[in-house]
Every structure is written in structure tokens, then in C-alpha cells.
Design a protein around this ligand. Sequence first.
Ligand code: ARG
Length: 458
Amino acid sequence: MNKLWAGRSLEQTAALADDFNSSIAVDSRMYRQDIAGSLAHAAMLAARGIISQADADAITDGLGGILADLESGALPVDPAAEDIHMFVEAELTRRIGDAGKRLHTARSRNDQVAVDLRLYLRGETEQTVRLIRALLRVLLDKAAAHAGDIMPGYTHLQRAQPVTFGHHMLAWAAMLRRDIGRLEDAAGRMNISPLGCCALAGTTYHTDRQMTARQLGFDGVCANSLDGVADRDYCVELAAALSLLMVHLSRCSEELILWSSWEFQFVELSDAYSTGSSIMPQKKNPDMAELTRGKTGRVVGDLMSLLTMLKGLPLAYNKDMQEDKEAIFDAFDTAKLCLQVFAPMVETMTVRTDRLRHAAAGGFINATDLADYLVGKGLPFREAYQITGRLVAHCIQTGHTLENLPLADYQAVCPAFDEALYAAVDLEACVARRVSEGGTGPDSVAAQLAELKAYLGG
Ligand code: ARG
């Protein structure tokens, strides 16, 4: 096959080598960014008198036509092309002749691909943040609807202390907000232009890198041309942020899977976001949550691919780096897909408040409150803790709860007990007493709700 770079080689490349080398199946999705980069570059070349205005106009028109035809499908992407950059340039030259051959003056594919990828990932990050925000809205509504619904909170998956379902949803929201922060932070660092770094050393032409950077919406330019074409840190940072986002979605999924089990029945997923079994008629499976949990491995794998691909590379560009796109595109595709399914799955699930309350009534989750009650009577906490432990053991033996154990039994263990203890172990009161900032008490949950609402723009 004849290449734009044919010249030095005397013989043709093998078909197998062409296939192996080609990345167009992966990178054709960056055609808009490739054309945007070329438009900025052509305008700059003309502004600096490096090419004529007439050539720049022909390039601009030609690229506009190619963009329109790619959008409409009139121009199919040639799967045999080496990559999207070669494809667009060859098509441009086919359409406008010599002017098309001038576009690549003072540019290399090394800075071209780096520009395209940064622009493309900027858009992907924006979309992902929008999807996380949509999920946060769902969580806000769920939290508000169940702000006062008591459930057992767990540590070690053992019933620990009472919390509200709303408080739990707000914990999910807090995790996801950090993910937005990490994505935006990485995107901010990514948003500088490598255009004009050329192959690695810059160029002998008097280019204006600030002009192309401005036109493409970058905040500045890469300060070192070698680094500009060798840097893929932003892929790693974004993949790391996406990995953690997926780990969060996976932990939330795990809770939904557990909660929708027959043993818990804390939530029931809607028919629209669960599946049946091919053999067991009674089954309702949380497949969407399980797939989200399962796909987390892919995204973590993408991060590992990127780190491993980069770790031994000398500066500047190496062909290994072509592998960056498959990994980072898969990470974004997967995370966006999971977010799209996760939000309506949570939105349409039914929260079984009766089951939450029932579970909260067992498991002695008010034991800490009973110990605190004794501390209020003047006992040191460690002593109060031991007395309460003995009472719990006694309840288990006699089939009581702390709420219905007779006062005489209490006083047999510690004479400091009086009738007021029953108010202390009342679950509603236990929750209401958690007044500390960020806690599960009603005022604290209301404050967290208001803060999340303000974050989402009211
Ligand atoms: N398809 C290549 C990539 O994605 C474009 C850059 C190629 N540059 C080069 N000098 N071969 O990395």
C-alpha cells in the first residue's frame, strides 16, 4: 500500500504489517477533534505567512466538507487507512490537491495525535461528570424521601448502630462527589496544547502556538516540546479517577445486591432493571448491579494497561503509545455505560422501610446508646461498656431485646438503671441524638441534604 510517508522505504509494507500497524478502528472516533486541530493549525500557518491565505481557505473548505460527509455517513472511514489523521489528510488532498499537502507543514502526527486525544478526552470527561451529577440528583431525591427511615448501620457486615436510609444514600453521594473532583482536576491539568511540539523538537517555522491553543480552548501550551509529545499522564490520571469511580459504583452495587436478597429485602429493584432466571421462576436477579461490579475489573485493567505500557518508554513518541486509546476509551465507555444504567436502577427501586425498621429492631444496635446512658449516670465508659455487654448476653440467653428486658433484670446487673433507660434505647431517640456534624441525626441529615442540593444547583 502507498503511504503518505513512503519515500525512504524502497519496498512496500506487508499487508499483515499494515493491519498490525493500523489504529483506525480505534481512533476514527476522534475525527471531529482531528479536523478541529487541523483547522486551527491551517489558520495559524496562514496568519504567520507560512502558507498562503488561499491555501488556508481551500483547506478550511475541504475540511468542512469532509466533516459534513463524515457526520452524514456520505464519506465512510476507510478501514485500511493507517489512522484517522492519515485518512483525513489523504482525503483532503484527494479533494483539494496541493493545498492539502501543505497542511502538515510545521506539524507531526506526534503532536497531532496528542492534540486530538486531549480534546477528545476533555469531552468525555465533561460527559462523565454530567452523568455523575445526574446520579447525584437521584441520590438526593432518595435521601430526601428516606431521611427519617431507620435501618441498621453495619461494620464488619454486623449490625452496629442505627442510621437512616437517607444518611446512607448521602454517603454514596459523598463518594461520587470526590470522583467529580478527581476527574475535573485531571482534566484541568490535561487542558494545555501540545500542538506545535511537532515531532519532538519544535520547528524551524515561526509558528504561533498560543494562537492555536486559544482557538482550541486550551488554557496554555505544553512548555517542553519533548514532553508535549511523550506525555500520557492525563490518560493515566483519568483512568485512575475512573477506576475509583467504578470501585465506588461497585461498592454501591454490592450493597444493592445484598439488600435485594431474600435475606435482607431492604430494597426491591424494579422489573425494568432486574432480570429473571431461565429455570427458576421465583428469581429476580440484580444483573445490572452485578455487571457494574463486574465491569469494574475492566476499568482497573485499563489503568494497569496504561501504566505498564508507559513504564519503560524512552522519550519522546513511541508506537507503543498508540495503545493508549483502546485503554482510555474503554475506561470511559464502560464508566459512562454503568452510570447510565445505575441512575435509573436506583431511581426506580422500592425501599422497604418496614423491613429496614424490622432489621433495626434486632441485633442490639442501641447497645452503644445504653452504654452512653450509663455514662450519663456517672459511670466511666469502659465500665458502662462491660455492663451493657453483660446485658446483651443476658438478653440473648432469655430471648429479650434491650427494649423489652424488665427493669428488675437491668437493676440486677447495675442498680443505677431506672425507667429512663427505655427512652435511651428507643431507636428513634438513638438516631435523633446523633447530633454531631455529619452524623445520622435529623438536623445533620437535613444539613447534608441542603448542602448537596446547593452543590447541584438547587
Ligand atoms: N496512530 C498513531 C497513534 O495513535 C498516531 C501517531 C503516529 N506517529 C508516528 N510517528 N508514527 O499513536
